[in-house]
Design a protein around this ligand. Structure first.
Ligand code: UDP
Ligand code: MN
Length: 333
């Protein structure tokens, strides 16, 4: 008894500390650009107007600068282009706005909000770090500020793989819907156990005391339901983000709506991309002009954070013809 009381206190104290820290946190949120206009004429085989009555899906994507960022977001954007009535909240983990990314997102023609929401510096060096939390908190703040009480919230990371059927499954969420996520941890699967149409438990290899041992991509929340909980929160606690978020909206297991044919289908995959440092390629500045494509190409790669050309660092660029490499001057001067 005493032991469990201590544990309650420990948990409570930790919680109070976390919420106190919430006020001292060095958090910032900048809206870089935003569009409520949907420039798509057709989605699927129907004109956009055919979908006008559907609730909006607010798709929250935390993202961060690295060489895979543009490829990941490109792939995701081409998925989202097939989804009607969607507002894409792209929250970038960096100080200040990335104007290149801004133009990219705007170019897709789907409604979006692009914001800069850096991880507070005190967490940067933490191991593990709270990845994507500052971003999701910023998106929650945006939803709150806009008083949105209609539609559905979904946390969709930039590197996951989404089946288009996912979007029709979550769109009519009453409170909280849940479904399996493929490629999670040891079992390569995480998700609800369903009996007679009801969620009765969870299958996930890492329980760690979590009441809701689910992945971020494994649930959706209706905004009308979330609006009833003024203390909705996602604390900076690596591994426990989903659990604490779902606790903060007073979820009961019997309220969960299982999706994907009673959780027998996999509509989202926790794919991961190999991360590598941005590349440095040794190439003389004097050849970065309009005599060839290479100057423009490397300027683009640099804006994307993928690679840069350098006079003094990196591997020397091999340029070849007929199986033979020659000096840079041979092809470029
Ligand atoms: N992320 C971020 N800042 C970081 C690391 C990750 O904003 O420092 C984002 C990332 O783009 C992704 C989400 O947070 O959308 C989860 O990160 P990641 O995919 O690396 O984690 P994993 O899926 O491997 O747990
Ligand atoms: Mn990921």
């Amino acid at each position: 008894m005493r032991h469990s009381l201590n544990r309650v206190c420990l948990w409570l104290c930790a919680f109070v500390l976390w919420s106190m820290m919430g006020h001292a946190l060095n958090e910032s949120l900048h809206i870089c650009s935003e569009s409520h206009e949907d420039r798509r004429l057709y989605i699927g085989d129907k004109p956009r107007s055919a979908y006008a009555q559907l609730p909006v899906i607010y798709f929250v994507t935390p993202t961060y600068p690295r060489r895979e960022q543009i490829p990941e977001l490109t792939r995701l954007a081409y998925t989202l282009l097939h989804v009607p009535r969607l507002h894409w909240l792209v929250a970038n983990d960096r100080e200040g706005c990335d104007t290149f990314l801004d133009a990219q997102i705007n170019g897709f023609g789907i409604p979006y909000t692009h914001m800069a929401s850096p991880m507070p510096s005190e967490f940067r060096k933490a191991k593990p770090a709270p990845r994507g939390v500052a971003n999701r908190r910023a998106a929650l703040q945006w939803l709150h500020q806009h008083n949105l009480t209609n539609g559905v919230l979904y946390f969709g990371d930039d590197d996951n793989t989404y089946d288009l059927r996912l979007f029709s499954e979550i769109r009519h969420t009453q409170r909280v819907s849940m479904f399996p996520v493929g490629l999670i941890a040891e079992y390569a699967i995480s998700g609800p156990v369903v009996r007679e149409g009801k969620v009765v438990a969870f299958l996930d290899s890492w329980v760690a005391g979590r009441r809701w041992p689910v992945d971020m991509a494994g649930f959706a929340v209706s905004l009308s339901y979330m609006a009833q909980y003024p203390n909705v929160n996602m604390p900076y606690k690596p591994g426990y983000e989903e659990d604490l978020f779902l606790r903060s909206i007073g979820l009961h297991i019997d309220q969960i709506e299982p999706r994907g044919n009673n959780c027998t289908e996999i509509l989202v995959w926790h794919t991961q991309t190999k991360n590598k440092k941005s590349a440095v390629v040794r190439l003389e500045n004097r050849y970065m002009d309009e005599r060839s494509n290479l100057g423009a190409l490397f300027r683009l790669l640099e804006q994307m954070g993928v690679a840069r050309a350098s006079e003094s660092e990196g591997l020397v660029a091999t340029i070849s013809k007929n199986g033979k490499s020659k000096s840079h001057a041979y092809f470029l001067s």
